[in-house]
Design a protein around this ligand. Structure first.
Ligand SMILES: Nc1nc2c(ncn2[C@@H]2O[C@H](COP(=O)(O)OP(=O)(O)OP(=O)(O)O)[C@@H](O)[C@H]2O)c(=O)[nH]1
Ligand SMILES: [Mg+2]
Length: 208
């Protein structure tokens, strides 16, 4: 199960035979990355609202007076699930980096310890260079960690929006790996979050 599917009463659904004998706490960090104003904070706010029942902290946003992310947005979500004899309590830290070019050092800090990344590309025409620069920066900063990255193409509602095929070619990835979205309407937001949390979970169990 991924976070977006999680229900708070999940454990009450377990049968007596499945009653877990011990509890393990897992902690994962999912970071939202992308060029300035591509919609990272808009994704974050939608997740915080729609998965409010999973919230383990109030969350915060540190912004400039122009509503640009200055430092980061961050919230903790908590889910539970039973795997065999084990009850897993999973804490998910969801953070967004600032896309502003002048804050590279703070952007890097947000990636530290990330278990998975959502790259939010901007479908607005003529943002190809910004998308590519930001994606290359992300690949360079995560090269050693080898963590899952999911690509969302946001703002597909914009007139003349860059099609997924164009972004795929630009980034050098298969088109089927691109998730189109309109984050202001919540379209494609939870699907992407569900996919990245699923990938993070799989990567964890592959390693352990
Ligand atoms: N048309 C359209 N606008 C969007 C969409 N998603 C976000 N926006 C708008 O784009 C602007 C920037 O959105 P943010 O979520 O603040 O972008 P960000 O990536 O967090 O920006 P920085 O933190 O400054 O890098 C805001 O005015 C949003 O309302 C979308 O899907 N379509
Ligand atoms: Mg932001």
């Amino acid at each position: 199960m991924t976070v977006a599917q999680a229900q708070p009463q999940v454990l009450s659904q377990t049968t007596p035979e499945q009653t877990p004998s011990h509890t393990r706490l897992l902690q994962f960090k999912v970071a939202y990355w992308g060029p300035g104003e591509s919609g990272k904070t808009t994704n974050y706010l939608w997740i915080k609202r729609k998965l409010g029942h999973c919230k383990a902290s109030r969350g915060f946003s540190i912004q400039t007076a122009q509503k640009r992310t200055l430092w980061a947005d961050a919230v903790w979500l908590r889910t539970e699930q039973t795997v065999g004899a084990e009850k897993l309590v999973i804490m998910w830290q969801v953070v967004t980096a600032t896309g502003q070019e002048r804050f590279l050092s703070t952007r890097e800090f947000v990636l530290a310890g990330a278990d998975g990344v959502v790259f939010v590309a901007d479908a607005t025409p003529h943002r190809e260079d910004d998308n590519l620069r930001s994606f290359k920066e992300l690949l360079a900063l995560t090269a050693r960690a080898q963590i899952p990255i999911i690509v969302q193409l946001n703002k597909t509602d914009k007139p003349g929006a860059i099609p997924p095929a164009t972004l795929a070619k630009l980034l050098g990835i298969p088109e089927r790996e691109i998730f189109p979205a309109v984050a202001i309407r919540g379209e494609g937001v939870l699907e992407v979050f569900q996919t990245i949390t699923g990938e993070v979970f799989k990567a964890f169990f592959r390693k352990s």
